[in-house]
Design a protein around this ligand. Structure first.
Ligand SMILES: *[C@@H]1O[C@H](CO)[C@@H](O)[C@H](O)[C@H]1NC(C)=O
Ligand SMILES: *[C@@H]1O[C@H](CO)[C@@H](O)[C@H](O)[C@H]1NC(C)=O
Ligand SMILES: *[C@@H]1O[C@H](CO)[C@@H](O)[C@H](O)[C@H]1NC(C)=O
Ligand SMILES: *[C@@H]1O[C@H](CO)[C@@H](O)[C@H](O)[C@H]1NC(C)=O
Length: 439
């Protein structure tokens, strides 16, 4: 038995080496679809962390039928891209699908007002999106599709509108998406890809604050332009920011980057989801498991960071033993993640965990707040600040905490639940964020 496998393996390896030696495949990825890449490469300029859409965040009926989701449906979604690019391509994800995701047609357009969460296309701006020269593609379960390069110019912080039509929908209910879009999407029966206004197509149009299937936009950019992947939870996903205003803290840092002439262009990849934990699945897969897909497999990543741990600490029991254990595990996991990311040649940093204590005079008790959990937060933060495993440390705790009571958010940065910052808090993170780490 054994020897058969060895033979089979060595035969396969010979085959692979022969293929590599005799007919190297053209690297169309790096060439943006033509023969001269002029030192350009693909770089992520927008992402949303793919996750299994929970039942409550699936589209409403009738778009969620008896056997399939999005049958005969056009989904119109908007995203804000981080950098200028004359040429783009899309990634559509079926990472959590258990059946094929059959995409019938896709197009990109500019919006009328350059605003997120709108359903009206700027006439004449629409470009068809193709996949390996086909207008449709069937993406296997757990798979991904990268579009062909699209000659479509976007500007930094502009809104890109993406239409996707699914003729048959996706079988079953394992749908990949990003529920915490904080951006309005529109769904309507029939193929309306590229039509000016989805809203004129009758009562069947519904709006919904989630993203489905779209997982990245990439620009074809100079070799010095790179991306920066942020692994995070709801604080990075933007809970407490304004729907359709793109004022999550990474959006505000992107704006700061774009206004700074001294640093190279960096595309920020927001790879965060509400409720996400480093060690356990729940709302999205745990961070240890998703690093490969959400950081290492992204285009042009030169920098990455993690800002997580609050949900690990807050969901663990608050007794001293449970908290000592979760603290140990978080520290090991952060070391593990740092090793993997840095092995890929990526500069890796971490942000300290911001406070979640209940202020003494508050009429609302933050469920995570407890003396023992505060001990764990301080312990993990001391590790992040002092251990030296990270290439850079961002002290978000120091930015957001109340100097008089370091276990609570500064009142002016508190969205009200004593855990999530408000927009002023997100702006404070961006104001603090040291861009020289990109030099
Ligand atoms: C190929 O791409 C390069 C870089 O984007 C561009 O300068 C050149 O004009 C393109 N050539 C053709 C034939 O499209
Ligand atoms: C999707 O495409 C696959 C392969 O082409 C096919 O077997 C499957 O039936 C299709 N699914 C739907 C829902 O049409
Ligand atoms: C798709 O939806 C449109 C609009 O409701 C309807 O007219 C059409 O018959 C539907 N097509 C199929 C194949 O169900
Ligand atoms: C807590 O007090 C604030 C005013 O200080 C009030 O606006 C809010 O509604 C109160 N919340 C609850 C849960 O009572």
């Amino acid at each position: 038995m054994m020897s058969h496998w060895v033979l089979y393996l060595s035969a396969s390896l010979c085959l692979i080496f022969n293929l590599v030696a005799s007919s190297p495949l053209p690297k169309t990825d790096e060439k943006g679809g033509n023969d001269s890449n002029d030192g350009q490469h693909w770089v992520g300029i927008w992402t949303a962390m793919p996750q299994l859409v929970e039942p409550a965040n699936l589209p409403p009926t009738p778009f969620n039928g008896l056997d399939s989701v999005f049958y005969n449906t056009t989904i119109r979604q908007t995203v804000q891209v981080g950098l200028d690019s004359a040429k783009i391509r899309l990634r559509l994800s079926n990472a959590f699908g258990v059946n094929n995701l059959n995409i019938s047609s896709v197009a990109v357009s500019h919006t009328m007002e350059n605003e997120a969460g709108v359903s009206t296309i700027q006439p004449g701006s629409t470009k068809e999106v193709r996949f390996s020269e086909q207008s449709s593609i069937s993406i296997p379960s757990a798979g991904l599709a990268v579009s062909d390069p699209i000659e479509f110019s976007v500007q930094a912080q502009s809104i890109l509108l993406i239409d996707i039509f699914l003729e048959k929908g996706q079988d079953g209910f394992a749908i990949t998406g990003h529920p915490g879009s904080r951006t309005t999407s529109f769904i309507s029966f029939d193929d309306h890809v590229g039509e000016k206004d989805l809203k004129t197509n009758g009562d069947a149009v519904q709006s919904i604050e989630h993203w489905y299937f779209i997982s990245a936009v990439e620009g074809f950019l100079n070799s010095e332009t790179r991306s920066f992947a942020i692994v995070g939870d709801s604080i990075t996903d933007g809970r407490g920011s304004t729907t359709n205003k793109n004022n999550r803290w990474p959006d505000l840092v992107q704006k700061k980057i774009n206004q700074d002439e001294k640093i190279p262009k960096i595309g920020i990849l927001n790879q965060a989801a509400g409720g996400n934990r480093i060690l356990h699945d729940g709302l999205g897969p745990n961070a240890v498991s998703r690093i490969d897909r959400d950081v290492l497999a992204q285009s042009g990543v030169q920098f990455a960071m993690i800002f997580e741990g609050v949900n690990d600490i807050g969901v663990a029991e608050s007794d001293p033993k449970s908290q000592a254990e979760i603290g140990d595990q978080i520290i090991i996991a952060l070391r593990q993640i740092a090793t993997r990311v840095r092995t890929a040649g990526i500069s890796f940093g971490a942000a300290t965990i911001s406070p979640f204590g209940t202020p003494p005079d508050s009429n609302y008790t933050q469920p995570y707040s407890s003396v023992e959990r505060e001990v764990t937060r301080q312990r993990v933060n001391n590790f992040i600040r002092n251990d030296g495993v990270f290439d850079f440390v961002l002290d978000f705790d120091r930015v957001l905490r109340d100097p008089q009571d370091q276990s609570v958010l500064l009142n002016e940065f508190d969205s009200g639940d004593h855990l999530h910052p408000n927009v002023a808090g997100y702006q404070a993170i961006a104001d603090y964020f040291p861009l020289d780490l990109f030099l």
